[in-house]
Ligand binder design. Structure first.
Ligand code: ADE
Length: 223
């Protein structure tokens, strides 16, 4: 899968993909991430990409021209299943959206800043708008990282233990069950006996019950 990220702050992503699963997924060519500096796509001499909003009001707005130029260039090179704008008033990101996007070949993530982007770009160039939560960040870069991480890790081959991503919280609308590792007794804090029993059926049942119990307690909205 190829992800093109359009941003005013390309340096933000400099080391973001050099760790852990990201690094492996890129090395194994499971994912290819390209960063594009929006400033390179403006035709004006000052290289400015934003301007005051019509009608007055505080805050600058990113102009449609550089966004149009950048997206047109990318679209002339390949087909994109989705061109996504990160914005707090977009559709709230959830696991099912990540699962769907992870099946695509090419997507664009457009990071906003300041007051946002000219509405005409949203109306004509963007195919999907996503928010990562009901709070306002200073730009779309962190949301772009969040989306990239969440979709990359479910692409087959990205995680060494294939079943691991499938047993994540939210994959079946349930919170994942608690996990334990050695030692089985730490200062009298003991691992539940069932997990030491070696009985796979019993362990699966215990995990399922814990998932349901925890979801009811912590995220009843998911049930
Ligand atoms: N840009 C600023 N805040 C955001 C949010 N919560 N989600 C997506 N993009 C954003």
């Amino acid at each position: 899968m190829r992800i093109d990220i359009i941003t005013l702050f390309p340096d933000f992503f400099k080391n973001s993909f050099s760790y852990s699963i990201f690094q492996r997924a890129i090395k194994n060519k499971i994912i290819d991430i390209k960063i594009h500096d929006l400033r390179k796509f403006t035709n004006n001499k000052q290289k400015s990409v934003d301007d005051y909003q019509y009608g007055g009001g505080a805050g600058m707005v990113i102009c449609i021209e550089p966004i149009y130029n950048c997206i047109q260039k990318l679209k002339s090179e390949r087909h994109y299943e989705e061109i996504i704008y990160l914005t707090p008033d977009g559709e709230r990101l959830k696991q099912s959206i990540c699962n769907k996007i992870s099946t695509f070949n090419n997507i664009i993530l457009l990071c906003g800043h300041y007051k946002g982007i000219d509405q005409r770009a949203r109306d004509t160039l963007i195919t999907k708008e996503i928010s990562i939560g009901d709070y306002v960040l200073s730009g779309g870069e962190i949301p772009a990282l969040v989306i990239t991480d969440s979709i990359m890790r479910i692409i087959p081959g990205a995680i060494s233990d294939e079943t691991s991503a499938l047993t994540d919280s939210f994959q079946d609308n349930l919170i994942a069950p608690p996990v334990y590792t050695r030692p089985s007794n730490f200062l009298n804090l003991c691992v539940p006996n069932v997990l030491l029993s070696g009985n796979k059926k019993l362990i699966d049942k215990w995990r399922e019950n814990k998932s349901i119990e925890n979801t009811k307690k912590r995220r009843p909205d998911l049930i």
